[in-house]
Design a protein around this ligand. Structure first.
Ligand SMILES: [Mg+2]
Length: 192
């Protein structure tokens, strides 16, 4: 079976960091307002204080939204593909505190995706070293280099600066939702 590596944040779950920023600042930012990969960049000078607060108090995975149909589609894909969930957890700005993120992410995947073998959960800081046939991620740089015959970039405001030509030159295809991902991958499963 072909191996698929699927990112977690903003690929399966969404808006956790946005919600944390909004609760901290008593604001109501929407994902369309955020151009930066790191939502908290919008806080400017308050970012450091927010990160201290965030790592001491918040588990965004306790109550987090998922992209529509993400879990249902991934479950279906396990019938045809060897599916791995691969989440980065190392925050270079808070190296020691990052260990909590590994635990929170692992817990969320175990609880919400029981059809994924726990041995197929990869928590890392070096996604580019993981061998796979298909990659699905919202971060351009995670798809730009490394393995993958098929690379799907989930459309988000923060990655809209990359043009079709730029994506094409790295063999990356922009996708808009999980229903589309499902039809692409089911259609190509015999030809890969
Ligand atoms: Mg992501």
């Amino acid at each position: 079976m072909q191996k698929i590596m699927i990112d977690l944040d903003e690929t399966i779950v969404m808006d956790g960091y946005l919600k944390a920023v909004n609760e901290y600042k008593k604001t109501n930012y929407q994902s369309e307002d955020i151009d930066s990969y790191y939502v908290e960049d919008i806080l400017g000078d308050e970012k450091e204080a927010f990160l201290d607060y965030f790592y001491q108090n918040i588990n965004i995975y306790q109550d987090i939204k998922t992209l529509p149909n993400a879990i249902k589609v991934i479950k279906n894909l396990t019938n045809y593909y060897d599916v791995y969930i691969c989440a980065a957890f190392v925050d270079p700005r808070r190296v020691l505190e990052s260990k909590k993120m590994a635990m929170y992410k692992y817990e969320w995947i175990i609880k919400n995706m029981p059809f994924i073998n726990p041995k197929k959960i990869i928590l890392t800081g070096s996604k580019d070293l993981i061998m796979c046939d298909i990659k699905i991620d919202d971060k351009f740089k995670n798809l730009q280099y490394g393995y993958g015959k098929v690379k799907l970039l989930i459309d988000h405001k923060h990655n809209q600066k990359y043009s079709f030509e730029q994506l094409n030159s790295y063999n990356i295809r922009r996708v808009y939702n999980w229903d589309q991902i499902e039809s692409i991958l089911l259609e190509m499963r015999d030809t890969l």
